[in-house]
Design a protein around this ligand. Sequence first.
Ligand code: HEC
Ligand code: HEC
Length: 390
Amino acid sequence: MELATRRLLLPFAFCSLIFAFMLLPVFVKARDTAIDAAAFDFKLPLGITRDLWSYFVPKDNPMTAEKVALGRELFFDKRLSADASISCAGCHAPERAFTDGKRIAEGIGGRTGTRNSPTLLNAMFNTGQFWDGRAESLEAQARLPLVNPDEMGNQTYEQIVMRLRGVPDYAKKFERVFGGTITMDAVAKAIAAYERTLVAGNSPFDRYQSGDMNALSSTARSGMILFRGKARCNVCHTINQGFGAYPFLSDGNYRNTGVAANVTGFAAVSRRAMQVASDFKPALLAELSKQSDSPLLGRFIVTGNTLDIGAFRTPSLRNVELTAPYFHDGSAATLADVVKFYVKGGNENAFRDWQLEPVDLSDDEQHDLIEFLKALTSDEARRLTEAGSK
Ligand code: HEC
Ligand code: HEC
């Protein structure tokens, strides 16, 4: 018996040793790339620390100036769409704070999707990409608009890669940055690296937080008190400070405030969702997600959890003054409309977030709250939009 154990132990020890050696280069590499991210020469705005930013740079896609420049070029290149009519910037325009200002996005041939284009400022810090968080990273996200029939309209990734390989300048740049021929993986990595430079802080709120008590007007200050108190915004759009803080005025969660519930058809599709959840099979969920009214279900499509029916990510409120219209479906035209929505406690529905309730705010208080939201605008983002509108 003892001998048998020993016979087993030896190969086990041997294998562990081999395994440890196999992992060694991985550790060494991870260390190297972490150093790369720190070394990338990039000035972060007030309010966003380097530690926080570095945390959101994945080890397998280190930042370099050349990669960012390549990603930027791809982001603005209409040739990434099937008919060379629209680039990423077509819906995420710098002069509109990286949105399109439309209620619902318009893609190739004027086709409309189902959702409002979110800003890409600080998108790198999102807990998941898209309003329902269905993409895990910027790299995973960047591929999807390219083959979305309502967005950039390509049939396959192969098509895009072949098209880009036909541009000698791109071939050279990819070779330099990634050391090989153009692949979809490299395209996504370059675009994501560029997006990790779209960082916006340096707002009156950041200056106030860092000790400049005059950075906020007295109306914005009373708006902030309401935001944290009576208006209950802080329950989901968290303002947290100090070590490990996530300074984006979002809890990173998915919540049902009833925006989708206001649309005819929500009751019907949520009944189907309940059915799928009760005899849960991934295939049933996949089937449901192909139906045209499924975007109303929000996060449910990702998790299959009934608590997520009609839930969407609590968005960051930074730069919100510049990104109208609001909500995942663009159904609120102004910040005043948004605040009115909260005064009545969102839209009643069976899945509404239990923490959402009507709040009693006078007209003056609503005004102050909006002044606080406007104090979340980054100076640089404001300058970009002002330059663009001239
Ligand atoms: C036709 C308009 C359109 C085009 C073109 C487009 N997007 Fe978007 N983008 C959207 C919409 C709409 C959403 C939200 C969709 C959803 O949540 O289901 C979105 C979401 C995103 C998000 C997630 C942000 C967040 O806060 O969740 C990122 C990142 C993004 N787009 C990057 C890109 C990149 C990179 C490209 C080019 C490869 C691109 N987009 C092309 C409309 C567009
Ligand atoms: C129960 C959680 C919760 C509370 C409380 C809450 N929000 Fe929200 N907020 C959300 C979610 C979730 C969304 C996205 C909803 C959607 O699009 O379906 C949102 C969206 C918004 C938007 C639109 C942002 C954009 O980019 O479209 C603004 C502005 C906003 N909230 C401000 C506020 C203010 C001001 C308060 C307090 C009066 C508040 N919120 C209270 C969860 C909450």
